[in-house]
Design a binder for this molecule. Structure first.
Ligand code: PHE
Length: 342
């Protein structure tokens, strides 16, 4: 009898039932009219009188353990049932917060898209470049200040021949296009550029440019002016005014800088436009014949224009961002403002 009691105790301990029906079956098997424990109670009659006390206690403990276990299992199944009933599978799911594209990406794509509509292809090139593509082929004389350490991050020693550096503008991509593409060429080159400049509300050592190049027979300054005017109108709306000022770039002759009216202060003057009411967004000019020749293009047959703009600047004007540093700090409060612009 002792062994049978112990075996049933063990069985109770290990009992695992997941369904109500299984629990009921276990209850009948153990405590039912013909159950194992009930039968033990019947056998108890035959136990010797001196052992009755010991086995009586054991049997009662066994019966209580079985009842407690059944109760415990029933509770567990009941809780699960209640939880399942509380879970409404027909309810709509929780909505996931939607991310947004970075304002610089949105602006870059918008610029590129405008020029794509004008028939320009898109070209990209390496960020780590050589001196030839960034300076030499673009007609920078060896002593030009832009080659100095203040402006350029050099990767290799800048005293050596054709040093490696981080590109300071994407004009180097245009050089690569002139070297490899068939004429006529009409490309825009979006990309990240690097300059060793102090970080402020208007400048950063990393920023983005979109530069463009158009080379064909009989391309004139008037064509360039028209392209830039159309671009400015597409980008900022027909009411935005632009102005062109004579300027200098080693790779273009003549050169100009293009300003757009500052729509942060509407011409009144603010810290972004330094009180002038105008924001410089773009440099441009007719490609210098030396540049065409350096890339193997016949400058007597072909002419062209080039332009380059800062994407952060354009985005600043478009969305009235007052501080360039916002673009690089990944502050969600700033980035979330562009959620609807996806
Ligand atoms: N590469 C010039 C810059 O980074 C911009 C530019 C491009 C000017 C093409 C003229 C023509 O400032």
């Amino acid at each position: 009898m002792k062994e049978r009691i112990e075996a049933i105790l063990k069985e109770i301990e290990e009992l695992k039932c997941k369904k109500e029906q299984e629990i009921e079956e276990a209850r009948v098997r153990l405590l039912g009219k013909k159950g194992e424990i009930t039968r033990l109670f019947e056998d108890f009659r035959t136990v010797a009188p001196e052992q009755k006390r010991e086995f009586g206690q054991k049997l009662n403990a066994l019966k209580n353990a079985a009842a407690a276990k059944i109760e415990e299992l029933r509770n567990a199944v009941g809780e699960q049932g209640a939880a399942a009933a509380a879970f409404d599978v027909t309810k709509p799911g929780d909505s996931l917060p939607l991310g947004s594209r970075h304002p610089v990406s949105i602006a870059r794509e918008e610029i590129v898209e405008i020029f794509r509509k004008f028939g320009y292809d898109v070209a990209e090139g390496p960020e780590v470049e050589d001196d030839w593509h960034v300076f030499e082929a673009l007609n920078f004389p060896p002593e030009h200040p832009a080659r100095e350490m203040q402006d350029t991050f050099f990767v290799t020693d800048n005293e050596q021949k054709n040093p490696i550096l981080l590109r300071t503008h994407t004009s180097c991509v245009q050089v690569r296009c002139m070297e490899t593409m068939k004429l006529p060429i009409r490309v825009v080159c979006p990309g990240r550029v690097f300059r060793n400049e102090a970080i402020s509300a208007r400048a950063h050592c990393i920023f983005h440019q979109v530069e463009g190049l158009y080379i064909d027979e009989n391309v004139t300054f008037a064509d360039m002016k028209q392209a830039i005017l159309l671009f400015a109108r597409e980008m900022f709306g027909p009411e935005t005014s632009i102005r062109m000022r004579p300027s200098y770039f080693p790779f273009t002759e003549p050169s100009a800088e293009v300003d757009v009216s500052c729509n942060i202060c509407h011409g009144k003057g603010c810290n972004i436009c330094k009180g002038t009411g105008w924001l410089e967004i773009l440099g441009c000019g007719m490609v210098d014949p030396n540049v065409l020749e350096a890339s193997g293009i016949d400058s007597r047959k072909y002419s062209g224009f080039a332009f380059g703009m800062g994407v952060e600047r354009i985005a600043m004007l478009k969305w009235q961002v007052k501080d360039l540093r916002n673009y690089f700090e990944n502050d969600l409060r700033f980035l979330k403002e562009f959620e609807t612009s996806i």
